[in-house]
Write a new protein. Structure first.
Length: 217
C-alpha cells in the first residue's frame, strides 16, 4: 500500500467516525472529493518538504567540498613552508660550518677497520698524525667533523653504535696523540645509512667501513 493509499484510508476512517450511520451516495462522493483534495495537499506538502531537504543536502555537500578544498590547500601551503624552512636551515648550517679545507677518509681498504672493530688501526696512526700536524700548522682555528660509517651487516641499531664508536675513537686519538682540542671536534654516526659502495660484495663492504674527517675553517 502506497503513501497515497494510506492517507486515503485514514481520511475515510475519519469521515466514517464523524458521520455514523448510512451516508448518501452524493454525500459520500462529496466527502471522497474533499478527501482527495486533502490528500493532494498533503502530498504536495510532502513533496515540497522533500525538495527542501534535497536542496539543503546539496548546499551542505557544496559547503563540505569547499571546506575540504581549503583544508587541502592549507596542507599544501604548510608543506611548502616546511620545505622552505628545511632548505633555509640547511643553508644556515652550511654557512655556519665554514669552508672545507681537507677531507680524510679512513676506510677498511686503507687502514683495516676490520669487521665489528672500532679501535683505531695501526695503519691509521700515520694518517692521523700527519693530519694533526697540518691542522696545528695551519695558522688559523679549524673545526673537525668526524663521521663514523659501517657496512650493512648486522642490525641498524648495532651499526649506528659501531659507527659512533669508530668516530669517537678517532676523535680521542687526535686529542690524546695529536693535541687537537676536544671542543674543536664533533662526532656523528651515520651507521649503514650512507654507503659509498655496494654492500653485497666484500670489497664494497670494506669501503663502507670507514671514518670520514672533514676539516673546516
Amino acid at each position: 500500500m502506497g503513501r497515497r493509499d494510506l492517507v486515503l484510508v485514514a481520511a475515510l476512517a475519519a469521515v466514517v467516525a464523524v458521520a455514523p450511520g448510512c451516508v448518501s451516495k452524493k454525500a459520500f462522493r462529496t466527502n471522497n472529493e474533499q478527501t482527495d483534495t486533502r490528500v493532494g495537499s498533503v502530498e504536495s506538502a510532502i513533496e515540497a518538504n522533500e525538495r527542501r531537504i534535497g536542496d539543503l543536502k546539496t548546499e551542505t555537500d557544496s559547503k563540505i567540498a569547499a571546506v575540504d578544498g581549503k583544508a587541502s590547500r592549507a596542507v599544501e601551503v604548510g608543506n611548502a613552508a616546511m620545505s622552505r624552512a628545511d632548505q633555509a636551515a640547511e643553508t644556515a648550517e652550511a654557512a655556519a660550518r665554514g669552508k672545507l679545507i681537507w677531507t680524510v677518509t679512513l676506510s677498511d681498504e686503507r687502514v683495516k677497520f676490520s669487521f665489528g672493530n672500532y679501535a683505531v688501526p695501526d695503519d691509521a696512526a700515520a694518517v692521523l698524525d700527519d693530519l694533526a700536524g697540518k691542522i696545528k700548522g695551519y695558522g688559523k682555528a679549524l673545526y673537525l667533523e668526524i663521521e663514523g660509517h659501517t657496512d650493512s651487516t648486522g642490525s641498524e641499531q648495532y651499526n649506528y653504535l659501531l659507527g659512533e664508536k669508530r668516530a669517537t675513537a678517532v676523535r680521542t686519538y687526535l686529542n690524546t696523540r695529536g693535541g687537537i682540542p676536544l671542543h674543536a671536534m664533533n662526532t656523528i654516526s651515520l651507521g649503514e645509512s650512507s654507503p659509498v659502495a655496494d654492500n653485497t660484495s666484500p670489497s664494497g663492504r670494506a669501503q663502507n667501513r670507514r671514518v670520514v674527517i672533514r676539516v673546516l675553517e
